[in-house]
Design a protein around this ligand. Structure first.
Ligand code: KQY
Length: 365
């Protein structure tokens, strides 16, 4: 039986593990929204299949899919990938799925944050999001994992990066945004993060990347390579729209200490060319007045930082860009013990995220 635990992970000795720690498996969702994904979501579905296949070489993958697409998804996903019927409004398991926490005995529980489609009724990316809001509970039911109710704060998984050793990095722009948590002060938010992630130190970056439709998710800015080491999106071009925000993040991170008192080693990963939809592509996206408009005017973020660490591997976004090869080589140096698996993911970028945003790791017990 699954219960909602009337406590917090910190009080019970559960912590959110680093992504590099051992996984039981990976959760994903199936993309279908035709106001997010062009051409009936078919190109996105193909990209999701490639990501799922890549991860499934290293650990079990489960994909949640609504009833109407079940047969189609089954036909496109190989049989070693488990499919479960879960309705969702879109397919960003990082943000919609539970944050798993674990104790020293290997017991795993899930944190059920409140979700408001990245900004609520006025500034969110679509309406409604009632199916998304139930995905955490459904995943926990399927896995028979107890749940912490964290519905007093709006938070998406892409807004936090933990080292598993007491530190979280996040952005003020996102989680203190009035479209997420208008009544919560910075001090109160730190307290919530301490309780639900079981961390001792919050490193607050001011902003995420310019033009990020999530209002500055940290998972487009940086990720933890291992405790004490982060990799950050980078450009040396002072005219690049992301130059100033990344300089500021780097300067701050250089002077920060983590929960264990360590200075951070920082790897700079050069950005590829940022992405735009062609006129034809943008015309293949359905118009909905309640949804974020994806036109030829938008620049979509492309960064290798939105990669995913699974057991023994790193699944690395590729954009058909000269920087792809450079990123592969740098990742091989950063991760001598992991296989680097490149996957072409431009179609996920134009939906507003990348491999990290569409995956959620479930730690091993
Ligand atoms: O985790 C992420 N950075 C999520 C991206 C969500 C995009 C919604 N269109």
């Amino acid at each position: 039986m699954v219960s909602t635990v009337n406590s917090t992970p910190k009080k019970d000795g559960f912590r959110m593990p680093g992504e590099y720690e051992k996984h039981k498996g990976t959760w994903m969702l199936w993309p279908t929204r035709t106001d997010t994904w062009r051409s009936g979501a078919k190109p996105a579905q193909r990209a999701f299949v490639e990501v799922a296949k890549a991860i499934s070489q290293f650990e079990p993958v489960s994909v949640g899919v609504g009833a109407e697409q079940f047969e189609n998804a089954r036909a496109l996903l190989p049989n070693n990938i488990r499919m479960v019927e879960i309705s969702s409004n879109d397919a960003w398991m990082r943000d919609i799925g539970p944050t798993f926490v674990k104790n020293d005995k290997g017991e795993v529980r899930g944190v059920d944050w409140k979700f408001n489609a990245w900004g609520g009724l006025d500034e969110g990316l679509y309406f409604p999001w009632h199916h998304d809001s139930l995905v955490k509970k459904k995943v926990l039911e399927i896995e028979q994992i107890d749940r912490y109710d964290a519905s007093d704060i709006v938070l998406e998984g892409g807004a936090i990066a933990v080292d598993g050793e007491g530190t979280v990095i996040t952005t003020e722009e996102c989680i203190l945004n009035k479209n997420r948590n208008p009544l919560i002060s910075k001090e109160e938010m730190e307290e919530k993060l301490r309780e639900y992630l079981n961390i001792d130190k919050v490193i607050w970056l001011k902003n995420g990347l310019v033009g990020d439709e999530t209002n500055g998710h940290v998972d487009e800015v940086l990720f933890y390579v291992r405790p004490g080491e982060v990799a950050i999106s980078w450009t040396d071009d002072p005219n690049h729209p992301q130059y100033h925000v990344l300089q500021a993040a780097y300067e701050q991170l250089k002077s920060e200490k983590d929960a264990k008192g360590r200075s951070l080693k920082i790897y700079k990963i050069q950005l590829p060319e940022q992405i735009r939809l062609t006129k034809e592509e943008s015309q293949e996206i359905d118009y909905d007045p309640a949804s974020y408009i994806r036109s030829t005017e938008n620049t979509f973020i492309a960064t290798y930082i939105n990669c995913y660490l699974c057991n023994g591997a790193v699944i690395l976004p590729q954009f058909d860009d000269p920087q792809d090869e450079v990123a592969i080589e740098t990742f091989k140096e950063m991760f001598p013990d992991r296989e680097i698996v490149p996957v072409y993911t431009r179609e996920i970028s134009v939906g507003g995220g990348n491999i990290h945003c569409i995956t959620q790791q479930q730690p091993s017990s």
